[in-house]
Design a protein around this ligand. Structure first.
Ligand SMILES: NC(=O)c1ccc[n+]([C@@H]2O[C@H](COP(=O)([O-])OP(=O)(O)OC[C@H]3O[C@@H](n4cnc5c(N)ncnc54)[C@H](OP(=O)(O)O)[C@@H]3O)[C@@H](O)[C@H]2O)c1
Length: 262
């Protein structure tokens, strides 16, 4: 399979390019990158990737294309994708709008987050009606190379998960920042507070990834005795955190819906 990545050196395009290039199941000579500027500094890390600023060259080369430019760049592409399989990560661009804009009805709409660079994105994806089993298999192979993919069946479901996992790194970064600031307020120096909070956050993620699959169970176990954690969690229980997260997700979902180009 020959893979083309349009917009390969932008924030998201580069995260995907690096992740896929680090995955041993993809041959570098089967990957072509394109961008607008011709600046491909990623080639110093992966010299066997092909590159071009001419998207027609990329189109001729590729069986599958990842579209990672900005939505506003799409009208300037002026390409006939000839029913090639396209995996779009464009925020707001629905399957219907992509079919119209790209002259292909083999479209996968995907929403990775920036953790794609470290192969840990959670990526919902939606297939156009004409996608077959082989298209789905290819999409999963590519999206699983940047983390964990999850197939959804409607644009609505796609937007709901986008409000959770697409925007999620922003929510957790916000919480982490507050955790750090609160630790500093207790007299811990900034450097130590930052390290302690980030490592605890990361360690907790690893815990759930590799062992425990029930956060509620962990809370129960850790608060069974009226120890240090129980005292902290008691304070958390005073705040309606679930209601707050409902509002956060609803607001992001509303925005994702209103951004849709049909
Ligand atoms: N950033 C995120 O966290 C995130 C998350 C999910 C989805 N997305 C989606 O990912 C897409 C890219 O976002 P971004 O933040 O990565 O934007 P970005 O950093 O501005 O990257 C845009 C890329 O498109 C390239 N480009 C522009 N015109 C082109 C053309 N005619 N042919 C080929 N390449 C072209 C640019 O080339 P140069 O490098 O040469 O300028 C650049 O590599 C957007 O559609 C966005 O909705 C982003």
């Amino acid at each position: 399979m020959k893979l083309g990545i349009i917009g390969a050196t932008g924030h998201m395009g580069l995260a995907i390019t690096k992740s896929i290039s680090n995955n041993k199941s993809f041959s570098h000579s089967d990957i072509m990158l394109s961008n607008a500027s011709g600046n491909f500094s990623v080639l110093s890390e992966f010299p066997n990737l092909k590159s071009t600023t001419d998207n027609n060259v990329l189109l001729d080369f590729s069986d599958v294309i990842i579209l990672a430019c900005r939505p506003s760049d799409v009208s300037q592409l002026n390409l006939d994708f000839e029913n090639k399989l396209i995996i779009s990560v464009l925020a707001g661009a629905t399957i219907e709008s992509l079919i119209q804009a790209l002259s292909s009805d083999h479209i996968v709409r995907a929403m990775p987050n920036l953790a794609a660079e470290f192969q840990v994105s959670f990526t919902p994806y939606l297939l156009s009606d004409n996608c077959n089993d082989s298209d789905k298999e290819i999409a999963e192979r590519i999206l699983n190379a940047i983390g964990e993919s999850h197939c959804v069946s409607t644009e609505e479901e796609f937007n709901k998960i986008t409000a959770i996992s697409g925007a999620g790194p922003g929510y957790f970064a916000f919480i982490l920042d507050q955790f750090i600031e609160a630790s500093i307020e207790q007299g811990i120096d900034r450097e130590t507070a930052k390290k302690a909070c980030i490592q605890t956050f990361y360690g907790c993620g690893e815990l759930f990834k590799h062992g425990c699959d029930s956060p509620a169970e962990v809370v129960t176990n850790m608060t069974r005795y009226k120890g240090v954690t129980a005292m902290g969690v008691e304070q958390l229980r005073l705040i309606p955190i679930k209601d707050i997260f409902s509002k956060v997700i609803q607001a992001a979902f509303k925005k994702a819906n209103s951004n849709m180009q049909r």
